[in-house]
Ligand binder design. Structure first.
Ligand code: NAG
Ligand code: NAG
Ligand code: NAG
Ligand code: NAG
Ligand code: NAG
Ligand code: NAG
Ligand code: NAG
Length: 747
């Protein structure tokens, strides 16, 4: 080594080799990463699959990736779906098949279920949107038309009554009068200026006269899944009454729902079925978004009004809102409100679709969503919920386990949509890895020995050593040394000269860098009598788990036990004691667990050693919930808030902030006083608008911190904004000074 250094200038002889080695490692990693690709759906199943028992259904799901992902189907709770002979089958190509089945074979958990397709490969996993599967057993049904009462001159709507058990799949498509005339849903204009089949299936007849009372009508329905059509079992007619006196507009008692949710681009009918004499006028209004102001509905090709009925074709999200129909005649008026929600298909996209991020660097995914309404947003990673509900997902420092597939889901009551993105690890950094390490050994005291660990990683890790959980540093007999090999590996030795019995214990080497850590441990046994090394006092926060291992040396040891007040543990269910000398106490409490514990190690000859451990339980602060006036404060009121810390070890530090900003001298009119070490009182003598906001009291001590926030609402922000004119008479001329925008705030 010295020779090489003398012959060449320092540095270059070693460095190029190291760099070459590094480059070799980097290119390997990068190439391997680039080839793999997490699963992405090529064919994602739809939100709804409705089918009839006579036809069955096949739901497609296809994904690609490198390696090619496997496809399975799962239920909403994540459990895998298996084959059910004759009723459900997952094909090798990933499709989910529901064969035609007999009515008696209907099974709720197969035929009315929410499924999701899950594509998995070593590069990650992704879930499809929720697939609501619904099988319908063909059932005999009949629809009916009943007579409708109408005042002569008004508009009548004849309804095709469809039993509710098939109503989701059966639509009225045609009306047939007894003279053979047919009116179909495809006629966009009224026939004879009078008849129109509404998109919702009713037959709309305007200007009803006495002659209309002689016809009867039947409706024809069509089953959407089977295509089967059927005539109504009964015929209905109009029962016409000639008005004898004026009548103010009245809505029928059987008036139905006034809240509709429809899919974008569908057609919706808004009814206003009032009858009156004289014939009333109908006017439709729409309320301006969230206000009580309204505007007449603009009629055009798309939005038509046929007598009192409003027909909206190719509905748009902007058509959503609250509508008002006002019906008037000379004797009175009546009105009715209808709420329409137009949904737009949900969609999502994540930006960026893939990103390659180095260890320790931040990563951000942004979910762009569309559609209406959006009820929830959630994230998954490799098919597991992340519990994150915002549109932006940020990882501050990427770790190895962050690699994989990320998904953002948007949902509402009707449907869901998802987007996928992949996070790949950059090749530039590598978390530490232990490549070579020591094994358990049993020795006689006397000789010198060493333990060795070799680790790799980029950046180069640092290796540290521990004995029974306590960090080791150089002493007279103990030397730690570390060097980096040409290939970049770090070699660390722990050298112990003339080993003693008391050197026995669990040795650990830890390789750490800013991108991670790796560790290895093994016991070193040295023959001799039992010995227990000193244990430092242990402070632990209440509620946490205490975990200690008795630092025993000496070999062989027959038993290691823990005691408290001369009783062998465990003495309650929170305590767990293991033969290897580990004591675990869950959910520590000061009252029951703060104590001195003794660990006793014995050998077969009856020699023993004892060591004591003092456990101190620290209590983190807790604040009593408080208010800042139950009601909004008025200008000039005095307001106080008292923050009481009812639990927690001293010293406790209490401070206040307003809207996240610490209150110090920045608010001269907010006074904070301390009446005891546990109580802090905030006082504002005269409240003004600028005092409104969120007040937080934060309490902290060595064991932790907590805060409690309340809001102060200041009633009626009173601001005067006037222009004052000030005239000054001078001997030369009248000079007018104008003060503009003098703002007077009432305080
Ligand atoms: C579906 O159900 C109907 C009514 O129960 C039955 O008549 C029909 O045969 C069934 N279809 C098949 C394929 O079994
Ligand atoms: C209506 O109000 C909602 C929220 O209240 C808002 O997101 C939307 O942009 C508003 N629409 C219009 C046309 O003002
Ligand atoms: C029309 O009816 C509305 C709703 O009842 C009523 O407020 C309004 O006064 C009526 N207008 C006329 C001109 O009768
Ligand atoms: C520790 O021992 C090893 C092996 O004998 C030796 O290579 C190394 O230089 C020693 N390290 C120290 C710090 O003494
Ligand atoms: C001792 O054994 C328990 C139970 O097997 C284990 O949880 C614990 O980590 C062990 N302790 C040590 C220091 O190996
Ligand atoms: C808020 O101020 C208004 C007008 O000054 C007053 O009518 C109202 O009662 C006040 N509310 C409260 C809670 O004091
Ligand atoms: C006061 O009124 C003036 C003129 O009307 C306007 O420009 C200014 O923004 C107002 N200031 C405030 C605080 O309302």
């Amino acid at each position: 080594m010295m020779y090489t250094m003398l012959c060449h200038p320092p540095g270059p002889s070693k460095v190029p080799l190291a760099i070459l080695a590094l480059i070799a490692v980097m290119t390997n990693v990068v190439r391997a990463e680039d080839e793999s690709m997490g699963p992405v759906f090529v064919k994602e199943p739809p939100n709804r699959v409705d089918f009839s028992n006579g036809t069955g259904a096949e739901v497609e799901c296809q994904a690609r990736g490198n390696p090619q992902p496997d496809i399975i189907w799962v239920r909403a709770d994540g459990t895998a779906v298996g084959d059910v002979p004759g009723l459900r089958q997952v094909l090798p190509n990933g499709n989910l098949v529901f064969p035609p089945f007999r009515a008696e074979d209907y099974r709720q958990e197969v035929h009315a279920q929410v499924y999701s397709c899950l594509a998995t490969s070593p590069a990650g996993s992704v879930h499809s949107r929720d697939v609501n599967v619904r099988a319908v057993v063909q059932q005999i049904y009949e629809s009916r038309v009943i007579d409708e009462f109408v005042l002569s001159g008004n508009t009548a709507t004849l309804k095709c009554l469809i039993p509710s058990f098939v109503a989701d799949f059966v639509d009225a498509i045609e009306w047939i009068a007894d003279d053979g005339t047919s009116y179909t849903i495809d006629d966009l204009e009224e026939k004879d200026g009078k008849y129109l089949v509404l998109p919702s299936g009713e037959l709309h007849i305007r200007d009803v006269g006495p002659e209309d009372g002689y016809k009867t009508y039947q409706c024809r329905t069509k089953h959407r899944l089977t295509g089967e059509t059927r005539l109504s079992a009964t015929k209905g007619r109009l029962v016409i009454t000639e008005p004898v006196a004026s009548a103010r507009p009245k809505f029928p008692m059987t008036d139905t729902s006034r809240t509709y949710t429809i899919r974008h681009s569908r057609t919706q009918t808004l009814f206003c079925p009032a009858q009156a004499y004289p014939i009333p006028a109908f006017r439709w209004y729409k309320f301006l978004n969230g206000t009580t102001r309204r505007q007449p509905v603009q009629l055009n090709d798309r939005i038509r009004q046929v007598s009192g009925t409003l027909i909206i074709r190719e509905a748009r999200v902007e058509d959503s809102g609250k509508y008002l129909c006002i019906v008037n005649n000379s004797v009175g008026g009546e009105s009715v409100e209808t709420v329409l929600t137009v949904t737009a298909p949900l969609g999502a996209e994540i930006e960026p679709r893939t990103q390659t991020v180095d260890f320790g660097r931040p990563a951000t995914f942004t979910c762009n969503v569309r559609g209406n309404p959006i009820k929830t947003v959630s994230w998954m990673k490799d098919g597991k919920p992340l519990g994150h509900e915002e549109l932006v997902l940020r990882i501050d420092s990427v770790k190895k386990e962050d690699k994989g597939m990320y998904q953002c889901f948007v949902r509402n009551d009707q449907e869901s949509a998802q987007a996928t993105a992949e996070l790949k690890l950059g090749g530039r950094f590598e978390p530490p890895q232990i490549k070579q390490a020591f094994t358990e050994e049993t020795l006689q005291p006397g000789p010198s020995m060493f333990l060795k660990c070799v680790a790799s990683g980029n950046p180069t890790p640092e290796i540290t050593w521990e004995l029974d959980g306590k960090r080791l540093s150089n002493t007279e007999r103990l030397q730690v040394g570390q060097y980096v090999k040409v290939n970049g590996d770090v070699v660390s030795h722990l050298n112990i000269s003339s080993i003693h019995t008391n050197d026995g214990g669990l040795y650990k080497c830890i390789a750490g860098s800013k991108v991670g850590a790796a560790e290895h441990s093994a016991r070193l046994n040295v023959y001799g009598l039992p010995f227990i090394r000193h244990m430092d006092k242990k402070a632990i926060v209440a509620g946490e788990t205490l975990r200690v291992t008795c630092p025993v040396a000496g070999y062989p040891i027959e038993s290691t036990v823990w005691e408290r007040d001369n009783r062998v543990l465990p003495i309650n269910r929170k305590q767990k004691v293991f033969p290897n000398g580990t004591l675990i106490i869950e959910n520590v409490e000061r009252q029951s667990d703060q104590a001195t514990y003794t660990c006793v190690a014995r050998n077969a000859q009856g020699y023993s050693a004892r060591g004591t451990l003092e456990v101190q339980v620290m209590v983190a602060p807790q604040i009593v919930p408080f208010v800042m006036g139950d009601e909004p404060a008025n200008w000039g009121d005095a307001v106080t808030a008292t923050c009481t810390v009812f639990k927690g070890d001293f010293p406790i530090h209490i401070e206040w902030s307003l809207n996240g900003e610490l209150i110090r001298n920045n608010y001269p009119d907010i006074v904070i006083s301390t009446s005891s070490k546990r109580v802090s009182v905030l006082t504002i003598d005269q409240v003004t608008a600028r005092h409104a906001g969120e007040y937080s009291c934060s309490a902290s001590n060595a064991a932790g911190g907590t805060s409690y926030t309340v809001s102060l609402i200041v009633n009626g922000t009173y601001t005067e904004n006037r222009t004052y004119t000030l005239s000054v008479n001078s001997e030369i001329s009248n000079v007018i000074y104008e003060i503009t925008n003098l703002i007077i705030k009432k305080t």
